[in-house]
Design a protein around this ligand. Structure first.
Ligand code: GLC
Length: 564
């Protein structure tokens, strides 16, 4: 029996993620900015979403687009000033929109004052803010790094004749959470933002903050896979509980941790309310579905299967039946566009698959997160040339393959489906040059399909557009709390084309039918009697056919019935 129905604003809220660099430029430098977001707040409000998650906007040398922070209490010059931030917050409050910021504290920038000091000498007061390995001990045991040509997370630093640890680029040294002073610094900066009035944090790679400071060889049981090892640091949960006690418990805020390497068996350790750690986290199981095992950014050869997709969502739902709460996402700034990946961006199927995916996320249990542009069905850009990419991840992996004499053509092909820049291209506002994102050259190319209907202005004027469907579907979720809190029951488990499930809450029942296929499909649902079923939404009304318990579904048709 489902017991987990304590109502919370962050359970009922719908999140809209903004990659500020790509949202709206107002200064003409080709880079989005805070004034641009302010300008678009009425649009965001009109979508019906409640919460904005803003990717990092703090001062940063931009080695990893803001995920390398050199001052946590100030705003990146390209994006604006603290006055702009204050204005954004007050304009959001006027519209009853909540703000979640990115908290990036597994690492800082190497240009942060703490690191500038730390690297100076072994007896600097900031030395112990980072992880150092003295060179006289020899080469440190292997640690894997994402954005390093040799995947080597230890970098030699001459001034103190030592190596420092960086799980990401060499310009992103890992902070040493084992030092209580570091933790106090983090809690202080969190309070600084909460006192300014933000409503929560999305916590960047929070699963990896705790490290074994003996830096042993990777234990055998991980079979060479560093990611789960990184997520099992010895003091992780102590730190999260301390953070909760000292900061989070004092505010009405939401937290969602990014948690690569965390398995569902460990999920409740993070989000069981009684443990007082986080509200939600993002797991990576779906993001790994079409990838080689243990290879976050390498496409596997066989196409993904719907039964596997269903299994992931169903198993994760089971975790949160009694405790905790889930988060739902199909893409973000690190993974390709949802419609290109889980639907189809072909002319024939783009519209229905984009709206099917919206229907899915908005009818599941958990808090749904949408990436800017997902509401209009933005697609992967699939660059042909390495010179079009800006992302440190793609560029480093390219250099690494080049260095080892690997297959660069295969890599470019892989990045068309896996590259992070697919999800970062500028927002498509209208049919003006550069899609209305900027008047000059955009920092990253705009997807040309803004001219073919994938833009806000064109879709505003079509009541049948992907955008307007999104708004309708948001309203359906808002009107039916059962779609938020209700139990979830998978139907037709083995069907490779249709994802069907029932949601039930306080005597209300819903049937969700999603044809994840380019072919028409017919299914029989025998669990319910449909004499009194009422269709509450469909992305293809014209094709909707129900005869008793039998349903004919057009390609990528999505329908939700209320069953009495
Ligand atoms: C997270 C972010 C990603 C970033 C990385 C390092 O995975 O989502 O964009 O590159 O952390 O900060």
């Amino acid at each position: 029996m489902y017991e987990n129905t304590e109502r919370k604003w962050w359970k009922e809220g719908i999140v809209y993620q903004i990659y500020p660099r790509s949202f709206q430029d107002t200064t003409g430098n080709g880079i989005g900015d805070l004034q641009g977001i302010i300008k678009r707040l009425d649009y965001i409000k009109s979508l019906g979403v409640d919460i904005i998650w803003l990717n990092p906007v703090y001062t940063s040398p931009n080695d990893d687009n803001g995920y390398d922070i050199s001052n946590y209490r100030d705003i990146m010059g390209e994006f604006g000033t603290m006055e702009d931030m204050d204005e954004l917050m007050s304009e959001m409050k006027k519209r009853d929109l909540r703000l979640v910021m990115d908290l990036v504290v597994n690492h800082s920038s190497d240009e942060h004052q703490w690191f500038v000091e730390s690297r100076k000498s072994r007896d600097n007061p900031y030395r112990d803010y980072y992880h150092w390995w003295p060179a006289e001990k020899g080469t440190p045991p292997k640690r894997f790094s994402y954005f390093d040509i040799d995947s080597n997370a230890w970098k030699y630093d001459a001034p103190s004749d030592s190596y420092y640890l960086h799980y990401y680029s060499a310009k992103q040294p890992d902070l040493k959470w084992e030092n209580p002073k570091v933790r106090e610094e983090v809690y202080d900066l969190m309070k600084f933002w909460f006192d300014k009035g933000i409503d929560g944090f999305r916590m960047d790679v929070i699963s990896t903050i705790s490290k074994d400071t003996d830096y042993p060889e990777l234990p055998e049981k991980y079979k060479g896979d560093f990611i789960p090892y990184y997520a099992e640091g010895p003091h992780l949960h102590e730190y999260l509980q301390e953070m909760n006690e000292k900061v989070l418990s004092k505010y009405d805020v939401m937290t969602v941790g990014e948690a690569p390497g965390v398995r569902k068996e460990q999920a409740l350790d993070f989000v069981d309310e009684d443990r007082n750690e986080l509200n939600m986290f993002f797991h990576f199981d779906l993001m790994g579905l079409d990838r080689e095992p243990g290879e976050t950014f390498k496409m596997r050869k066989e196409p993904w299967k719907l039964t596997e997709f269903k299994r992931i969502f169903t198993e994760w739902d089971e975790v949160f039946v009694k405790k905790g709460w889930g988060s739902l996402y199909l893409n973000n700034h690190d993974f390709p566009r949802s419609v290109s990946r889980w639907g189809s961006d072909s002319k024939a199927h783009w519209k229905h698959s984009a709206t099917l995916l919206q229907t899915f996320l908005l009818s599941m249990r958990g808090t749904p997160y949408f990436l800017y542009g997902e509401e209009i069905g933005m697609t992967n850009i699939k660059f042909d040339r390495i010179t079009d990419y800006q992302d440190i991840n793609t560029l480093t992996r390219y250099e690494s393959i080049k260095k080892s004499g690997g297959d660069l053509e295969a890599f470019i092909k892989n990045e068309k489906d896996a590259g992070r820049d697919n999800a970062r291209t500028p927002m498509q506002w209208n049919t003006e040059p550069h899609s209305g994102f900027t008047v000059k050259k955009p920092w990253l190319k705009v997807n040309e399909n803004y001219k073919e209907g994938i833009n806000v202005a064109t879709q505003e004027s079509d009541k049948d557009s992907v955008l307007n469907y999104f708004r309708n579907m948001v309203q359906v979720r808002k009107d039916h709390l059962g779609l938020v809190y209700g139990t979830y029951r998978l139907l037709l488990k083995d069907n490779e084309k249709v994802y069907a499930y029932a949601r039930e809450w306080q005597g209300e029942q819903f049937l969700v039918l999603l044809n994840f296929s380019t072919e028409p499909s017919s299914v029989s649902i025998n669990e319910f009697s449909f004499e009194k079923a009422r269709l509450i939404i469909s992305n293809n009304q014209a094709e909707n056919t129900q005869i008793g318990n039998n349903f004919e579904l057009a390609p990528y048709q999505a329908s939700i019935y209320k069953v009495f």
